[in-house]
Design a protein around this ligand. Structure first.
Ligand code: SN0
Length: 312
């Protein structure tokens, strides 16, 4: 594998899950694979889990890491071609990506969407510019439209926790005070489409995600109906896709409660706003998988880096 850009880069999800579980049992087994190799992590947006777990994964493989908060500490980068750069941007991605490629063997990038310009977000301007102008492999650490390290993590976590052959998994929209990206939901959907699960999405009217991604999956606008017999409830807020980036609902009707989900396992990518997205009683219960999910971020990233290193 060269780049890890989307869930579609996963060839056989069950063999990837199996390999990730093996890595989890013995994380230092391939400690020599990344010797003298450098992973550069570039953040255009905040991060806690991604930043630490991806570095941890690299360290487990014996790699060195270099981390930069690009939007705060680097020169403003220009992504449009042919611009007369007399404004706020000081260097072009053509130079920036080529330069960073000389310091790093693999580059990982986080770049959230604008949530204002749908066309720009969907063409993945930042991530695609790195793929185009860097000369080393690229790992997506959450782009405008996808978060494949999270999606892989979620697949691993569901496999670890399911006693049934074909569990029922529900992706539920939940309230939030800010307009949030679609990336986590998109990659979760793509991961579930590759697994043998009964999968439904529940969201309020006006919050349907990109139909090219949701494809044939049932979208139920009644949360209570969707939650019937659920084994896993995955909560996530996203801003409207049709009224792009808008918040259409501000009440807490769709908050996840113990009463609503019963014995289902609760999942969320974190960070999560308590008592807005989900009530304390759920997060503090035995049925919450959020800490285990965050732990699995390391092994998902380690599997991806291992596959890239083997191909260098
Ligand atoms: C991001 C998102 O895509 O929803 C990152 C999730 C991994 N989440 C947020 O931006 C939450 C911000 C907040 O203020 O709660």
């Amino acid at each position: 594998m060269k780049n890890y850009i989307s869930i579609q880069d996963i060839t056989d999800i069950y063999s990837w899950i199996k390999e990730a579980k093996k890595i989890k049992e013995n994380p230092l087994k391939n400690k020599k694979l990344g010797k003298n190799k450098t992973l550069g992590l570039l953040f255009f947006n905040p991060s806690l889990r991604t930043r630490l777990s991806t570095q941890k994964a690299a360290l487990n493989l014996g790699m060195n890491t270099i981390v930069m908060n690009v939007s705060e500490d680097a020169w403003g980068i220009e992504f449009e071609n042919g611009t007369i750069m007399n404004g706020t941007t000081a260097e072009h991605i053509k130079e920036a990506a080529a330069v960073v490629s000389q310091y790093c063997d693999v580059i990982a990038v986080r770049a959230f969407p604008t949530l204002k310009d749908k066309e720009k977000d969907e063409r993945e301007q930042v991530l695609n510019a790195f793929i185009k102008y860097a000369s080393v492999p690229i790992v997506n650490m959450e782009s405008a439209t996808s978060h494949p390290l999270q999606g892989l993590t979620d697949a691993i976590t569901i496999a670890e926790n399911s006693s049934k052959k074909r569990p029922k998994v529900v992706l539920s929209w939940a309230p939030h005070v800010k307009a949030l990206p679609h990336a986590v939901a998109n990659s979760f959907i793509e991961a579930m489409q590759k697994m043998d699960v009964e999968f439904v999405i529940t969201n309020p009217e006006g919050y349907n995600l990109n139909s090219e991604i949701t494809k044939n999956i049932p979208i139920i606008h009644d949360q209570k109906v969707a939650f019937e017999n659920a084994d896993f409830v995955y909560a996530k807020n996203w801003s409207s896709y049709d009224s792009y980036g808008e918040i259409l609902k501000t009440d807490l009707d769709w908050i996840i409660t113990k009463d609503k989900i019963g014995d289902a396992k609760f999942m969320h990518c974190l960070p999560v706003r308590r008592n807005v997205v989900v009530e304390d009683a759920v997060l503090d219960s035995e049925n919450s998988l959020v800490i285990q999910q965050a732990n699995n971020r390391t092994f998902a990233a380690q599997l991806v880096l291992k596959k890239i290193l083997k191909n260098l």
